[in-house]
Design a protein around this ligand. Structure first.
Ligand SMILES: [Mg+2]
Length: 183
């Protein structure tokens, strides 16, 4: 086995339907129909997948660490049936107002993954659905990719300081492009 490549992906609005204000219970988790296939394609192409997710709902009391863990387990079990797993879920459960270094748009969760797993971020991708994902990925030195299955209206990124390298309708098209164009 050669060296596996890291890829960083936001959760809500990328892997699954986002729910306003937050997904609070695991029963609300609704993966997009292409999500498992797309993650498998990345895995089979040599990527180790890290989820990078703000979950302020925990600090707000809307959800809990236990529900977060149930959601993680639900996603992992659907991948385990295919013979792989997401390498690790990073969640920032702090309030936005706490200025936690892990909270996107800060790059802290990506840097924590780098330090924990000894990753080389050079050329790695970050797929997200929000300005804060693109900003976090760019600040960590990743190649930011935007998908439109979440909260971002087409064209609004024209105003952003860091712009997505590519924009795709969904994770499916993003993954198809990445496996053809990485490194
Ligand atoms: Mg999102």
């Amino acid at each position: 086995m050669g060296t596996r490549k890291p890829i960083f992906i936001d959760r809500d609005g990328v892997l699954n339907v986002d729910v306003s204000p937050y997904i609070s219970r695991s029963e609300q988790l609704q993966l997009f129909p292409y999500t498992v296939d797309s993650l498998q394609k990345l895995h089979d192409d040599g990527f180790d997948i890290y989820i990078i997710s703000n979950q302020q709902g925990v600090a707000l009391g809307i959800t809990s660490e236990e529900e977060l863990e149930k959601i993680t387990e639900t996603i992992q079990s659907s991948l385990r049936e295919r013979g792989f797993e997401i390498k690790k879920f990073f969640h920032c459960t702090a309030l936005d107002s706490a200025n936690h270094p892990w909270r996107k748009p800060s790059p802290g969760m990506i840097l924590a993954a780098r330090d924990e797993f000894g990753l080389d971020l050079q050329g790695s991708f970050f797929i997200g659905d929000k300005w804060s994902d693109i900003e976090s990925g760019a600040r960590a030195g990743c190649r930011p990719i935007l998908v439109l299955t979440g909260v971002t209206a087409p064209g609004s990124w024209d105003q952003w300081e860091h712009k997505p390298e590519k924009v795709f309708p969904t994770l499916k098209e993003a993954v198809d492009w990445i496996v053809k164009n990485d490194r």
